[in-house]
Design a protein around this ligand. Structure first.
Ligand code: GUN
Ligand code: ZN
Length: 461
Protein backbone atom coordinates (compact mmCIF):
# COMPACT_ATOMS: atom_id res chain seq x y z
CA UNK A 1 0.00 0.00 0.00
CA UNK A 2 2.06 2.89 -1.22
CA UNK A 3 0.74 6.36 -0.76
CA UNK A 4 1.18 9.39 -2.93
CA UNK A 5 -0.55 12.67 -3.49
CA UNK A 6 -4.08 12.57 -4.95
CA UNK A 7 -4.38 13.40 -8.62
CA UNK A 8 -5.81 16.59 -10.09
CA UNK A 9 -9.27 17.64 -8.80
CA UNK A 10 -11.01 17.84 -12.16
CA UNK A 11 -11.18 14.09 -12.77
CA UNK A 12 -14.86 13.16 -12.56
CA UNK A 13 -14.08 9.43 -12.39
CA UNK A 14 -12.65 9.69 -8.88
CA UNK A 15 -14.13 8.24 -5.74
CA UNK A 16 -12.77 7.46 -2.30
CA UNK A 17 -13.44 4.95 0.44
CA UNK A 18 -12.37 5.58 4.01
CA UNK A 19 -12.11 3.24 6.99
CA UNK A 20 -9.78 0.69 8.56
CA UNK A 21 -7.69 -0.57 5.67
CA UNK A 22 -6.27 -4.09 5.69
CA UNK A 23 -4.46 -5.90 2.88
CA UNK A 24 -1.69 -8.42 2.42
CA UNK A 25 1.63 -7.58 0.83
CA UNK A 26 2.91 -11.17 0.79
CA UNK A 27 1.88 -14.66 1.86
CA UNK A 28 1.78 -14.99 5.67
CA UNK A 29 3.98 -17.69 7.16
CA UNK A 30 1.36 -18.50 9.80
CA UNK A 31 -0.19 -17.03 12.90
CA UNK A 32 1.50 -13.83 14.08
CA UNK A 33 3.26 -12.94 10.83
CA UNK A 34 2.84 -9.19 11.19
CA UNK A 35 5.04 -8.39 8.20
CA UNK A 36 2.64 -10.01 5.75
CA UNK A 37 0.05 -7.25 5.79
CA UNK A 38 -0.47 -3.51 6.06
CA UNK A 39 -3.10 -2.07 8.33
CA UNK A 40 -4.09 1.60 8.48
CA UNK A 41 -6.45 2.41 11.34
CA UNK A 42 -8.03 5.37 9.53
CA UNK A 43 -7.10 5.06 5.90
CA UNK A 44 -8.30 6.33 2.57
CA UNK A 45 -8.30 4.69 -0.84
CA UNK A 46 -8.65 6.94 -3.84
CA UNK A 47 -9.90 5.33 -7.03
CA UNK A 48 -9.60 6.86 -10.45
CA UNK A 49 -11.12 5.32 -13.58
CA UNK A 50 -11.76 2.11 -11.65
CA UNK A 51 -8.23 1.67 -10.35
CA UNK A 52 -6.54 2.47 -7.06
CA UNK A 53 -4.39 5.57 -7.45
CA UNK A 54 -3.67 6.57 -3.85
CA UNK A 55 -3.72 4.77 -0.51
CA UNK A 56 -2.67 6.19 2.84
CA UNK A 57 -3.71 7.64 6.17
CA UNK A 58 -6.88 9.71 5.87
CA UNK A 59 -5.36 12.45 8.01
CA UNK A 60 -2.80 13.24 5.33
CA UNK A 61 -5.03 12.68 2.28
CA UNK A 62 -8.45 14.11 3.08
CA UNK A 63 -7.48 17.77 2.85
CA UNK A 64 -6.14 17.40 -0.67
CA UNK A 65 -9.04 15.40 -2.09
CA UNK A 66 -10.65 16.79 -5.23
CA UNK A 67 -13.68 18.88 -4.25
CA UNK A 68 -16.06 16.75 -6.33
CA UNK A 69 -14.74 13.43 -5.04
CA UNK A 70 -17.36 11.44 -3.13
CA UNK A 71 -16.02 9.78 0.01
CA UNK A 72 -17.78 6.70 1.37
CA UNK A 73 -16.82 6.60 5.05
CA UNK A 74 -17.10 3.46 7.16
CA UNK A 75 -15.44 4.47 10.46
CA UNK A 76 -15.65 1.10 12.24
CA UNK A 77 -15.41 -1.25 9.31
CA UNK A 78 -12.46 -3.16 7.90
CA UNK A 79 -11.89 -2.45 4.24
CA UNK A 80 -10.16 -5.20 2.30
CA UNK A 81 -9.67 -6.16 -1.34
CA UNK A 82 -12.80 -7.87 -2.70
CA UNK A 83 -12.90 -11.63 -2.21
CA UNK A 84 -12.06 -14.05 -5.01
CA UNK A 85 -13.94 -17.35 -5.49
CA UNK A 86 -11.85 -19.80 -7.51
CA UNK A 87 -14.56 -22.33 -8.44
CA UNK A 88 -18.34 -21.93 -8.67
CA UNK A 89 -21.06 -23.28 -10.99
CA UNK A 90 -23.61 -20.89 -12.49
CA UNK A 91 -26.17 -23.62 -13.34
CA UNK A 92 -26.15 -24.91 -9.78
CA UNK A 93 -27.27 -21.75 -7.99
CA UNK A 94 -30.85 -23.00 -7.80
CA UNK A 95 -30.13 -26.65 -6.97
CA UNK A 96 -27.79 -25.85 -4.07
CA UNK A 97 -28.92 -27.75 -0.94
CA UNK A 98 -30.18 -30.89 -2.71
CA UNK A 99 -30.50 -33.79 -0.31
CA UNK A 100 -28.89 -37.10 0.24
CA UNK A 101 -26.35 -38.05 -2.44
CA UNK A 102 -22.63 -38.20 -3.07
CA UNK A 103 -20.86 -36.98 -6.18
CA UNK A 104 -21.83 -39.35 -9.03
CA UNK A 105 -25.47 -39.85 -7.91
CA UNK A 106 -25.74 -36.17 -7.07
CA UNK A 107 -24.61 -35.21 -10.59
CA UNK A 108 -27.13 -37.56 -12.17
CA UNK A 109 -30.05 -36.84 -9.85
CA UNK A 110 -29.78 -33.10 -9.37
CA UNK A 111 -27.03 -31.42 -11.36
CA UNK A 112 -27.64 -32.59 -14.91
CA UNK A 113 -31.42 -31.86 -14.82
CA UNK A 114 -30.70 -28.39 -13.38
CA UNK A 115 -28.05 -27.73 -16.01
CA UNK A 116 -30.35 -28.84 -18.86
CA UNK A 117 -32.56 -25.80 -18.13
CA UNK A 118 -29.71 -23.53 -19.25
CA UNK A 119 -30.53 -24.26 -22.86
CA UNK A 120 -33.01 -21.43 -22.31
CA UNK A 121 -31.16 -18.10 -22.60
CA UNK A 122 -33.73 -16.32 -20.44
CA UNK A 123 -33.21 -18.81 -17.63
CA UNK A 124 -29.45 -18.43 -18.08
CA UNK A 125 -29.67 -14.62 -17.93
CA UNK A 126 -31.90 -14.62 -14.84
CA UNK A 127 -29.56 -16.96 -13.01
CA UNK A 128 -26.45 -15.08 -14.11
CA UNK A 129 -27.95 -11.96 -12.62
CA UNK A 130 -28.79 -13.80 -9.42
CA UNK A 131 -25.27 -15.19 -9.18
CA UNK A 132 -23.59 -11.83 -9.54
CA UNK A 133 -25.98 -10.22 -7.04
CA UNK A 134 -25.17 -13.00 -4.60
CA UNK A 135 -21.42 -12.70 -5.17
CA UNK A 136 -21.52 -8.96 -4.50
CA UNK A 137 -23.70 -9.49 -1.41
CA UNK A 138 -20.99 -11.84 -0.17
CA UNK A 139 -18.15 -9.42 -0.90
CA UNK A 140 -16.87 -11.45 -3.83
CA UNK A 141 -15.76 -9.35 -6.79
CA UNK A 142 -13.95 -11.99 -8.87
CA UNK A 143 -15.19 -15.48 -9.65
CA UNK A 144 -13.99 -18.42 -11.70
CA UNK A 145 -17.19 -19.94 -12.97
CA UNK A 146 -18.42 -23.03 -14.79
CA UNK A 147 -21.31 -22.53 -17.18
CA UNK A 148 -23.47 -25.39 -18.40
CA UNK A 149 -22.75 -27.22 -21.66
CA UNK A 150 -24.79 -24.59 -23.49
CA UNK A 151 -22.94 -21.73 -25.08
CA UNK A 152 -25.73 -19.34 -24.01
CA UNK A 153 -24.96 -19.99 -20.32
CA UNK A 154 -21.47 -18.54 -20.74
CA UNK A 155 -22.85 -15.74 -22.94
CA UNK A 156 -25.28 -14.77 -20.16
CA UNK A 157 -22.57 -14.85 -17.54
CA UNK A 158 -20.10 -12.76 -19.50
CA UNK A 159 -22.77 -10.27 -20.49
CA UNK A 160 -23.89 -9.76 -16.90
CA UNK A 161 -20.35 -9.60 -15.48
CA UNK A 162 -19.37 -7.08 -18.15
CA UNK A 163 -22.41 -4.92 -17.41
CA UNK A 164 -21.60 -4.96 -13.68
CA UNK A 165 -17.84 -4.41 -14.06
CA UNK A 166 -16.89 -7.65 -12.30
CA UNK A 167 -13.80 -9.69 -13.02
CA UNK A 168 -15.08 -13.01 -14.37
CA UNK A 169 -13.10 -16.00 -15.59
CA UNK A 170 -15.55 -18.49 -17.02
CA UNK A 171 -16.26 -21.06 -19.66
CA UNK A 172 -18.95 -23.28 -21.09
CA UNK A 173 -18.59 -26.85 -19.86
CA UNK A 174 -17.34 -29.38 -22.40
CA UNK A 175 -18.97 -32.80 -21.93
CA UNK A 176 -19.72 -35.33 -24.63
CA UNK A 177 -20.47 -38.59 -22.78
CA UNK A 178 -21.83 -40.27 -19.62
CA UNK A 179 -24.72 -37.84 -19.14
CA UNK A 180 -28.21 -37.23 -20.62
CA UNK A 181 -28.32 -35.89 -24.19
CA UNK A 182 -29.78 -32.61 -22.91
CA UNK A 183 -26.38 -31.73 -21.40
CA UNK A 184 -24.06 -33.18 -24.02
CA UNK A 185 -22.13 -31.55 -26.83
CA UNK A 186 -19.65 -33.22 -29.15
CA UNK A 187 -15.90 -32.82 -29.43
CA UNK A 188 -16.40 -30.62 -32.49
CA UNK A 189 -19.26 -28.45 -31.19
CA UNK A 190 -17.50 -28.00 -27.84
CA UNK A 191 -14.43 -26.79 -29.70
CA UNK A 192 -16.44 -24.51 -31.99
CA UNK A 193 -18.61 -23.03 -29.22
CA UNK A 194 -15.68 -22.51 -26.85
CA UNK A 195 -13.66 -20.87 -29.60
CA UNK A 196 -16.52 -18.55 -30.51
CA UNK A 197 -16.88 -17.57 -26.84
CA UNK A 198 -13.14 -16.94 -26.53
CA UNK A 199 -13.14 -14.78 -29.63
CA UNK A 200 -16.11 -12.79 -28.39
CA UNK A 201 -15.34 -12.41 -24.69
CA UNK A 202 -11.78 -13.29 -23.71
CA UNK A 203 -9.94 -10.20 -22.49
CA UNK A 204 -12.90 -7.98 -23.22
CA UNK A 205 -12.82 -5.58 -20.24
CA UNK A 206 -12.29 -7.71 -17.16
CA UNK A 207 -13.47 -10.97 -18.66
CA UNK A 208 -11.30 -13.99 -19.34
CA UNK A 209 -12.03 -17.39 -20.71
CA UNK A 210 -11.40 -20.69 -18.96
CA UNK A 211 -11.41 -23.79 -21.18
CA UNK A 212 -13.73 -26.07 -19.20
CA UNK A 213 -13.71 -29.85 -19.76
CA UNK A 214 -16.00 -30.89 -16.85
CA UNK A 215 -13.84 -33.90 -15.82
CA UNK A 216 -12.39 -36.92 -17.53
CA UNK A 217 -15.52 -39.01 -16.86
CA UNK A 218 -17.66 -36.85 -19.16
CA UNK A 219 -15.17 -36.14 -21.94
CA UNK A 220 -14.12 -38.51 -24.71
CA UNK A 221 -10.56 -38.75 -25.95
CA UNK A 222 -11.47 -36.52 -28.86
CA UNK A 223 -12.92 -33.89 -26.53
CA UNK A 224 -9.88 -33.87 -24.26
CA UNK A 225 -7.81 -33.31 -27.39
CA UNK A 226 -10.15 -30.46 -28.36
CA UNK A 227 -9.65 -28.87 -24.94
CA UNK A 228 -5.90 -29.10 -25.42
CA UNK A 229 -6.17 -27.59 -28.89
CA UNK A 230 -8.09 -24.60 -27.51
CA UNK A 231 -5.66 -24.17 -24.62
CA UNK A 232 -2.76 -24.16 -27.10
CA UNK A 233 -4.45 -21.88 -29.57
CA UNK A 234 -5.29 -19.33 -26.86
CA UNK A 235 -2.36 -19.66 -24.44
CA UNK A 236 -3.46 -16.88 -22.12
CA UNK A 237 -6.76 -18.57 -21.24
CA UNK A 238 -7.15 -20.60 -18.05
CA UNK A 239 -8.31 -24.20 -17.80
CA UNK A 240 -10.72 -25.38 -15.11
CA UNK A 241 -11.85 -28.89 -14.32
CA UNK A 242 -12.34 -31.41 -11.48
CA UNK A 243 -9.81 -33.86 -10.08
CA UNK A 244 -9.96 -36.66 -7.53
CA UNK A 245 -12.91 -35.53 -5.46
CA UNK A 246 -14.68 -38.73 -4.47
CA UNK A 247 -13.57 -42.35 -4.06
CA UNK A 248 -16.35 -43.70 -6.31
CA UNK A 249 -15.30 -41.21 -8.98
CA UNK A 250 -11.64 -42.23 -8.64
CA UNK A 251 -12.58 -45.92 -9.09
CA UNK A 252 -14.70 -45.08 -12.15
CA UNK A 253 -11.88 -43.05 -13.67
CA UNK A 254 -9.50 -45.95 -13.12
CA UNK A 255 -11.84 -48.27 -15.01
CA UNK A 256 -12.34 -45.77 -17.86
CA UNK A 257 -8.62 -45.10 -18.32
CA UNK A 258 -6.81 -48.43 -17.83
CA UNK A 259 -3.73 -46.99 -19.55
CA UNK A 260 -3.30 -44.21 -17.01
CA UNK A 261 -0.99 -44.54 -14.01
CA UNK A 262 -3.38 -42.43 -11.92
CA UNK A 263 -5.99 -39.64 -12.20
CA UNK A 264 -3.47 -36.81 -12.63
CA UNK A 265 -1.71 -38.82 -15.31
CA UNK A 266 -4.78 -38.50 -17.55
CA UNK A 267 -4.68 -34.71 -17.55
CA UNK A 268 -0.90 -34.94 -17.86
CA UNK A 269 -1.08 -37.11 -21.00
CA UNK A 270 -3.45 -34.61 -22.58
CA UNK A 271 -0.87 -31.97 -21.62
CA UNK A 272 -3.34 -29.98 -19.54
CA UNK A 273 -1.24 -29.43 -16.40
CA UNK A 274 0.36 -26.05 -15.73
CA UNK A 275 0.12 -22.78 -13.83
CA UNK A 276 -3.05 -21.69 -15.65
CA UNK A 277 -4.84 -24.98 -14.85
CA UNK A 278 -7.24 -24.96 -11.90
CA UNK A 279 -8.14 -28.39 -10.54
CA UNK A 280 -11.15 -28.48 -8.24
CA UNK A 281 -10.98 -30.70 -5.12
CA UNK A 282 -7.69 -32.69 -5.33
CA UNK A 283 -8.51 -34.82 -2.30
CA UNK A 284 -7.52 -38.44 -2.98
CA UNK A 285 -4.06 -37.95 -4.48
CA UNK A 286 -0.96 -40.06 -3.96
CA UNK A 287 2.64 -38.86 -3.79
CA UNK A 288 3.19 -39.31 -7.47
CA UNK A 289 0.14 -37.22 -8.36
CA UNK A 290 1.10 -34.48 -5.91
CA UNK A 291 4.58 -34.50 -7.39
CA UNK A 292 3.23 -33.89 -10.90
CA UNK A 293 0.93 -31.09 -9.72
CA UNK A 294 3.92 -29.53 -7.99
CA UNK A 295 6.37 -29.87 -10.88
CA UNK A 296 3.86 -28.54 -13.38
CA UNK A 297 2.84 -25.54 -11.23
CA UNK A 298 -0.83 -26.56 -11.40
CA UNK A 299 -3.36 -25.08 -8.97
CA UNK A 300 -5.24 -27.27 -6.46
CA UNK A 301 -8.57 -25.71 -5.51
CA UNK A 302 -9.87 -26.51 -2.02
CA UNK A 303 -13.69 -26.50 -1.82
CA UNK A 304 -14.44 -27.22 1.85
CA UNK A 305 -18.20 -26.73 2.10
CA UNK A 306 -18.70 -28.91 -0.95
CA UNK A 307 -16.30 -31.58 0.26
CA UNK A 308 -18.20 -31.78 3.55
CA UNK A 309 -21.67 -31.56 2.01
CA UNK A 310 -21.00 -34.29 -0.57
CA UNK A 311 -19.00 -36.37 1.90
CA UNK A 312 -16.05 -36.30 -0.49
CA UNK A 313 -13.14 -36.17 1.94
CA UNK A 314 -10.64 -33.93 3.68
CA UNK A 315 -8.26 -31.76 1.64
CA UNK A 316 -4.67 -32.14 2.81
CA UNK A 317 -3.24 -28.63 2.72
CA UNK A 318 0.03 -29.36 4.54
CA UNK A 319 0.94 -32.16 2.17
CA UNK A 320 0.52 -29.78 -0.75
CA UNK A 321 2.68 -27.17 0.88
CA UNK A 322 5.36 -29.71 1.81
CA UNK A 323 6.12 -30.62 -1.81
CA UNK A 324 9.60 -29.68 -3.08
CA UNK A 325 7.89 -26.85 -4.92
CA UNK A 326 4.78 -26.12 -2.86
CA UNK A 327 1.59 -26.68 -4.83
CA UNK A 328 -0.31 -23.46 -5.44
CA UNK A 329 -3.59 -23.68 -3.53
CA UNK A 330 -6.86 -21.91 -4.22
CA UNK A 331 -10.02 -21.72 -2.11
CA UNK A 332 -13.54 -21.79 -3.49
CA UNK A 333 -17.23 -22.19 -2.68
CA UNK A 334 -18.07 -24.75 -5.40
CA UNK A 335 -21.75 -23.80 -5.20
CA UNK A 336 -23.97 -25.88 -5.63
CA UNK A 337 -21.94 -28.78 -4.20
CA UNK A 338 -20.81 -26.04 -1.84
CA UNK A 339 -23.42 -24.71 0.55
CA UNK A 340 -22.59 -21.02 0.79
CA UNK A 341 -21.73 -18.17 -1.56
CA UNK A 342 -19.70 -16.57 1.22
CA UNK A 343 -15.91 -16.84 1.15
CA UNK A 344 -15.99 -16.11 4.89
CA UNK A 345 -18.11 -19.22 5.50
CA UNK A 346 -15.84 -21.09 3.11
CA UNK A 347 -12.76 -20.05 5.11
CA UNK A 348 -14.48 -21.13 8.34
CA UNK A 349 -15.24 -24.59 6.93
CA UNK A 350 -11.69 -24.85 5.58
CA UNK A 351 -10.47 -24.24 9.11
CA UNK A 352 -12.66 -27.10 10.40
CA UNK A 353 -11.62 -29.52 7.66
CA UNK A 354 -7.98 -28.78 8.43
CA UNK A 355 -8.63 -29.24 12.16
CA UNK A 356 -9.82 -32.76 11.34
CA UNK A 357 -6.48 -33.25 9.56
CA UNK A 358 -4.60 -31.91 12.60
CA UNK A 359 -3.57 -28.86 10.57
CA UNK A 360 -3.85 -25.19 11.38
CA UNK A 361 -5.33 -22.49 9.19
CA UNK A 362 -4.69 -19.13 10.81
CA UNK A 363 -6.88 -16.11 10.20
CA UNK A 364 -3.99 -14.50 8.34
CA UNK A 365 -3.59 -17.50 6.03
CA UNK A 366 -7.34 -17.72 5.46
CA UNK A 367 -7.89 -14.04 4.74
CA UNK A 368 -4.80 -14.01 2.53
CA UNK A 369 -6.10 -17.02 0.62
CA UNK A 370 -9.46 -15.45 -0.24
CA UNK A 371 -7.84 -12.21 -1.41
CA UNK A 372 -4.21 -12.08 -2.57
CA UNK A 373 -3.68 -15.87 -2.45
CA UNK A 374 -6.46 -16.60 -4.94
CA UNK A 375 -5.23 -13.70 -7.08
CA UNK A 376 -1.75 -15.26 -7.17
CA UNK A 377 -3.31 -18.62 -8.09
CA UNK A 378 -4.85 -16.88 -11.11
CA UNK A 379 -1.67 -14.98 -11.98
CA UNK A 380 -3.70 -11.78 -11.53
CA UNK A 381 -2.01 -10.32 -8.45
CA UNK A 382 -1.17 -7.11 -10.26
CA UNK A 383 -4.91 -6.48 -10.85
CA UNK A 384 -6.85 -7.90 -7.91
CA UNK A 385 -6.47 -9.20 -4.36
CA UNK A 386 -4.54 -6.29 -2.87
CA UNK A 387 -4.71 -2.53 -2.36
CA UNK A 388 -1.58 -1.86 -4.39
CA UNK A 389 -1.59 1.13 -6.70
CA UNK A 390 -2.89 0.18 -10.12
CA UNK A 391 -5.11 -2.63 -8.82
CA UNK A 392 -8.83 -2.43 -9.53
CA UNK A 393 -10.85 -0.64 -6.86
CA UNK A 394 -12.63 -3.85 -5.89
CA UNK A 395 -13.28 -3.62 -2.16
CA UNK A 396 -15.25 -5.33 0.56
CA UNK A 397 -16.31 -3.34 3.61
CA UNK A 398 -16.60 -5.66 6.59
CA UNK A 399 -18.57 -5.17 9.77
CA UNK A 400 -17.06 -7.40 12.42
CA UNK A 401 -19.98 -6.69 14.78
CA UNK A 402 -22.67 -7.51 12.23
CA UNK A 403 -24.67 -9.99 14.30
CA UNK A 404 -25.45 -10.15 18.03
CA UNK A 405 -23.07 -13.12 18.35
CA UNK A 406 -20.28 -11.25 16.57
CA UNK A 407 -20.87 -8.07 18.60
CA UNK A 408 -20.91 -10.05 21.85
CA UNK A 409 -17.70 -11.85 20.92
CA UNK A 410 -16.05 -8.59 19.84
CA UNK A 411 -16.91 -7.04 23.20
CA UNK A 412 -14.26 -9.46 24.54
CA UNK A 413 -11.85 -8.67 21.70
CA UNK A 414 -8.20 -8.53 22.74
CA UNK A 415 -7.47 -5.68 20.31
CA UNK A 416 -5.28 -7.76 17.99
CA UNK A 417 -6.22 -7.60 14.31
CA UNK A 418 -5.69 -11.36 13.94
CA UNK A 419 -8.27 -12.01 16.65
CA UNK A 420 -10.76 -9.77 14.87
CA UNK A 421 -10.11 -11.53 11.56
CA UNK A 422 -10.63 -14.91 13.19
CA UNK A 423 -13.99 -13.78 14.62
CA UNK A 424 -14.89 -12.47 11.16
CA UNK A 425 -14.04 -15.69 9.36
CA UNK A 426 -15.56 -17.96 12.00
CA UNK A 427 -18.84 -16.13 12.62
CA UNK A 428 -19.15 -13.95 9.53
CA UNK A 429 -21.14 -14.38 6.33
CA UNK A 430 -23.00 -12.05 3.97
CA UNK A 431 -24.42 -10.18 6.97
CA UNK A 432 -20.89 -8.99 7.76
CA UNK A 433 -20.52 -7.47 4.31
CA UNK A 434 -21.53 -3.87 4.90
CA UNK A 435 -20.75 -2.87 1.31
CA UNK A 436 -18.99 -4.03 -1.83
CA UNK A 437 -17.27 -1.76 -4.33
CA UNK A 438 -16.41 -2.81 -7.86
CA UNK A 439 -13.97 -0.58 -9.70
CA UNK A 440 -14.65 2.05 -7.05
CA UNK A 441 -18.41 2.01 -7.60
CA UNK A 442 -20.83 0.87 -4.91
CA UNK A 443 -22.10 -2.53 -6.05
CA UNK A 444 -23.82 -3.65 -2.87
CA UNK A 445 -25.01 -1.76 0.19
CA UNK A 446 -26.26 -4.06 2.95
CA UNK A 447 -28.20 -1.34 4.70
CA UNK A 448 -30.00 0.06 1.67
CA UNK A 449 -33.56 -1.15 2.41
CA UNK A 450 -34.93 0.07 -0.92
CA UNK A 451 -32.32 -1.92 -2.72
CA UNK A 452 -33.22 -5.10 -0.83
CA UNK A 453 -36.93 -4.70 -1.58
CA UNK A 454 -36.16 -4.05 -5.25
CA UNK A 455 -34.01 -7.15 -5.46
CA UNK A 456 -36.64 -9.29 -3.81
CA UNK A 457 -39.30 -8.08 -6.19
CA UNK A 458 -37.16 -8.62 -9.25
CA UNK A 459 -35.53 -11.91 -8.40
CA UNK A 460 -38.45 -14.31 -8.65
CA UNK A 461 -36.78 -17.10 -10.52
N1 GUN B 1 -17.23 -33.26 -10.83
C1 GUN B 1 -17.72 -33.16 -12.09
N2 GUN B 1 -18.70 -32.22 -12.15
C2 GUN B 1 -18.82 -31.72 -10.93
C3 GUN B 1 -19.67 -30.71 -10.36
O1 GUN B 1 -20.49 -30.09 -11.02
N3 GUN B 1 -19.50 -30.46 -9.03
C4 GUN B 1 -18.59 -31.13 -8.27
N4 GUN B 1 -18.49 -30.84 -6.99
N5 GUN B 1 -17.80 -32.07 -8.79
C5 GUN B 1 -17.91 -32.36 -10.08
ZN1 ZN C 1 -17.15 -27.96 -9.28
Amino acid sequence: MDSRAPRAPQNKGMSAVRGRLFAFVREPMGHGDGGSYRYIEDGLILIDEGKICTVGPAATLVASLPSDCAVAHYPDCLIMPGFIDLHIHLPQVQMIASFGAQLLDWLETYVFPAEAKFADPVHAATNARFLIDELFRSGTTTAVTFGSVHRQSAEALFEEADRRGACMIAGKVMMDRSAPDSVLDTAQTSYDDSKALIERWHRRGRLRYAVTPRFVVTSSDAQMAAAKALFDEFPDTHLQTHLSENLGEVALVKSLYPWARDYVDIYDRYDLLGPRSLFGHCIHLDDNELGRLSESGSVAVFCPTSNLFLGSGLFNRSRMKEQATPITIGLATDVGGGTSFSMLRTAAEAYKVLQLRGQNFSALEAMHQITRGNAVALGLQSEIGSLDLGCYGDLVVLDTRATPAMAHRMAAWDGAIEDELFVLMTLGDDRAVRATFVQGRLAHDRDDRNNIRREQAEMRI
